[in-house]
Design a protein around this ligand. Sequence first.
Ligand SMILES: *Cc1c(COP(=O)(O)O)cnc(C)c1O
Length: 391
Amino acid sequence: MRIKFFKPYLTGNELKYIQELLTNERDVGGDGYYTQKVHEFLEKKYHVKKALLTTSCSTSLELAVRILNLPKGSEIIVPSFTFSSTVNAILLPDSLKVVFCEIEKDTLNIDPKDIERKITEKTKALMIVHYAGVSCDMDKIMRLAKKHNLKVIEDAAQGIEAKFKDKYLGTIGDLGCVSFHETKNITSGEGGALFINRDDKELMERAEIFREKGTNRSKFFRGEIDKYSWVDLGSSVLPSDILAAFLLAQLESANMITKERLKIYNFYKNSLAKYENQGLVKLPTIPKYAKHNAHIFYILFKSLEQRSAALSFLKENGIGATFHYVPLHNAPEGKKLGYKDGDFPLTEKVSNCLLRLPIYAGMSVREQKYVISKTKELLDQLTKQKGGTYA
Ligand SMILES: *Cc1c(COP(=O)(O)O)cnc(C)c1O
């Protein structure tokens, strides 16, 4: 059997909507009929004040940082255990500083205690990541932000459909960013969105202007002005309406896709629980405040050697398991910022020891059982070896 690590789930309406767009000769550029539909869908379903489709979560993050207009030299605190996009967004304007932070062992999310230690007079924002679609402790984070007057950007790239208490991820901080990349739960191949969560007209306007090449074209289309012009710096970060049509079909099936993923996740978790109970490996922990979306199912092994052996074993058996983030602080770019190996021991350990199993809506029960049986075979072998406990 061959099992890919991820596979987009096609709902059946993707082609129907694209066909409709073309048959009715609708405009295929950005901000067309389907983009409006997607904006309305996101705003209604996830209670977003203002949603703006973009070409990726990376561009959403860049947009978020730009529109905050932070003073030169401001520091933004981020976890090192994340994707390069989170940090690129801070450094691209060439006026802001990245301050890395350690993660917590249970959720692998940014550690609020370490955030507190890293806050200085120059700190102006927190950029947090909801790893695996499992929420950060937003009560603690928003309390810190309030106390120190900091903006909060949520990198909720993996967080669509997931919640902190009764709020959707990406809608709690000042700004939230989600991804519709092919590896994420809901996809248009490439794509993302920016969520603006404050009733701040200027912030919303700055976002629209940057997204529309530095012009006030959005205002013009709403009939608020009679011609549009170049009013600020900007770029083109809006997707074609063809992609929005595809994405609408996906979003309309979001409940079903999440339910399917959660079923597989729970099947994995229940089937492998005994190995965690034996102390052989660690499985994901979901805090009481979080409602996750089963974006990632991971196993933490005791060592890099064990994890590497596990990856090879699964690969030999046709299972597309994979590792995850290589820490940013001791990557070549991170070292240029003055960080070094050993600065964040937990981040480094997790990066060495984490393995992700394939998970996607549409995975057959036969495939799920195959993944479980091979993983058990692997863990049974480890049980027999000496000293195989996860510390
Ligand atoms: C996937 C991902 C991104 C990048 O998303 P794109 O839509 O591919 O730009 C950023 N941050 C995190 C945490 C991600 O998982």
